[in-house]
Structure formats: C-alpha cells, structure tokens
Write a protein that binds this ligand. Sequence first.
Ligand code: SAM
Length: 227
Amino acid sequence: MSDSLKLDRIAFYGRTLAEYVSIYDLNLPSLRGKKVLDCPGGAASFTAEALQYGIETFACDLLYGGDMTAVLAQGEADIAHTVERVAEVAHLFVWDFYRDAAGLRTSRTNALRGFAAHYPQSRYVNAKLPTLPFAERAFDLVLSGHLLFTYSDRLDYDFHLRALRELYRVTTDEVRVYPIQGLDAKPYPQLPQLIADLQTEGLHAEVVPVPFEFQRGSNEILRLKRS
Ligand SMILES: C[S@@+](CC[C@H](N)C(=O)[O-])C[C@H]1O[C@@H](n2cnc3c(N)ncnc32)[C@H](O)[C@@H]1O
C-alpha cells in the first residue's frame, strides 16, 4: 500500500468557495469590500463566487491568458488524474468534507465549470511566481493554495523563499498558504528554516490551525502577517 499521493504534473484544478472558506478559515462578511488575490487560482471558482459576497477578488496563474480551450480540457483531464490517484491512497485522507471520491470529483468539477463560465474577465491575470505583476500592497489578503509546499518535491527552497516574499510584497495585511505538507503528507522539512529566514527579513510568519483537513494532518496554514 503506497504511503504517498503521486501526481505526475502540477494539476490545473481548483476549488469552490465552500472549500476556500474552510481551508483558509475565512469570514466572508469581514472581507466585504476587501481586495483578495488567489495565487495561483488554477481552475478555482473562488474568484467568481466570492464576488457575489462583495469581495473584490482577483486570481493569477501561469496558465491564464489567451484562448483557454486547451487549458480547460487539461483541467478536465487533471480532475480525472487526481481523483483516480487520491482514490488509490484513500486511507491517507480524511473524508469528512467530500464523503467519497465521487464527492471529490463533483467539487472539483463544480469549481472548474464555475471558473470556466467566469474566466473571460480581466480579474484573471497571467503571472508566474516568484514574480507578480502587481503593485506593492495591492491586496488586503493573498491566498496561495496547493502549489508551494504541495509540490515541494519539484520546487526548491530558493523558489519558496522568493515566492513568499513576493506574495507578501503585494499585500497590505496578510498571506495565507495551504497546505504546509507535500504530497507525501509530511510537513515541508525546511519550514522552520523558511520561517526563520522570513522573520530575519522582518516578516511575521507563523503556522496557524484551520478547520479543514483532507490529506491527513493538513489542517494548518502558514500565515505571513504585517505587524
Ligand atoms: C492545484 S492548482 C491550485 C489552484 C488553487 N489555488 C486551489 O487551491 O485549488 C495549482 C496551480 O498552480 C499553477 N502554477 C504552477 N506553477 C506556477 C507558478 N510558478 N506561478 C503561478 N502559477 C503556477 C498551475 O498552473 C496550477 O493552476
């Protein structure tokens, strides 16, 4: 029995508002009128759905831009790939939120469809971390899910440090990064070093619990907060 989720590529998939609320422990009324960046946004419907709550959402991703037909087809394929791989190692996950693989597929598909219907808007910006095309302190809150530490088997320490500095540069207040584990469900081993390096630069960085847990043990975010 495998003890790690194995994904061949950085998947183009996304999550719904309900998932974001739980993952980042968001209080939607308190975000009304605030500018929030989802980076990378992938195929998340968060930007579209949170707008309905009066939140000024924006998303960026290296796959945004131009004709998205091929990217959306990739999104469908990535949902199938990921759900299949998760189902192979279902014992590594807590199923309270999705119930089963079918529930997971439905959630991912809803997110992709919600994203696809909303995408043709200037709210979706092409950007490649560790550099962002936004002014300093352009957003009140920056969310960064399922990239940095999820794929720490292929993204190195220097990338993490530079990406976190950049996410912090564009917020007036706070960055929330989820999860702090890799695909093997183990906490990113260099996280203590990363936090220490960020603190040395004057960033306040800490690990904070959140109500969401899918991959076992992934119930914390890394929070960067301006003091
Ligand atoms: C699994 S999705 C995460 C989407 C969303 N944050 C979520 O939690 O559902 C990962 C995304 O990261 C994007 N990506 C990979 N490397 C990137 C980079 N260097 N800069 C910006 N986006 C990147 C991929 O295109 C993909 O859409």
